[in-house]
Design a protein around this ligand. Sequence first.
Ligand code: PEP
Ligand code: MN
Length: 338
Amino acid sequence: MIITCKKGAPQEEINKIIHNFESQGLEVTLSRGANYNVFGIVGDTTVVDERKIRANKWIEDVTRIGAPYKKVNRLFHPEDSVIDVAGIKIGGMEKIVVIGGPCSVEGREEICNIAEAVKDAGACMLRGGAYKPRTSPYAFQGLGTEGIEYMVEAKKNTGLPIVSELMSADKIDEFVEHVDLIQVGARNMQNFDLLKALGKINKPILLKRGLSNTVEEWLMSAEYIMAGGNENIILCERGIRTFERCTRNTLDLSVVPIIKRKSHLPIIIDPSHATGDWELVESMSLAAIAAGADGLIIEVHNNPECAWSDGAQSLKPDKFKTMIEKGRVIAEVVGRGM
Ligand code: PEP
Ligand code: MN
């Protein structure tokens, strides 16, 4: 971290600043110039609050050199993390995982039929929302506990581990008992109390990127979970909000190599929410595989026209199967299985 003091900063102020950093166990080097005094701060600067430093009227500028996150940082964990979700390994260079299923669980028969269909198509995990974060309070809010029960039944029938979204900490026990991979949706990426609660459990977490969040904010949210002790995190890019209205969101595929550079955590892509358009899902899935993603999470429905949520972005099982077949070809080119 580099800190520049304003011209004319009194010596006692400079001493105070030095003392403040040294008392936090940091090493301070002072370079005196004709116009500015510049401090170099080395050590674990993740604990330093930049905005607090800026509050001092003698500070001109603060530049962070290292990242504000530690546990998710590849610098301190050079190997890829491989997360085990009920026996399915996500991350590392071996296999790209495909998760398929409806946006919402609508009933026992619906989820059980889709589970069979996604399994036949080649998916290794089933998704389905029981608690739904809907923009409108009048829209279908999910079946709740009943939905989780149907997911468990679909898992029993097919053997597919299940992914579902948790919206509030009061349902954690239900999810720990029944769900294999707990999804934190885009809208809750910065629900810090929820993240802290998830830090205290051992279940793998699928942490989606927030609607308008930077990579650094996203990684800081992962850091919250890891700082609590839960290191089983998979990141999911699901599109971000931009000025473009042709798609529901803008799929930021460049985050795949960026995340790989900055973090050891696996990253998967959700082309369904990213595009909002089933016709774009296949091409964006193939592009994600080529970009190095560790997996895909895709909405699949037997009858999208009648889906209770997100029908416009849901693939029918046959299209999902075709996508997986094409995806396997790309996966081979990038040296992975699928
Ligand atoms: C979902 O997975 O159905 C969902 C609501 O996702 P997101 O949080 O990415 O919008
Ligand atoms: Mn959805």
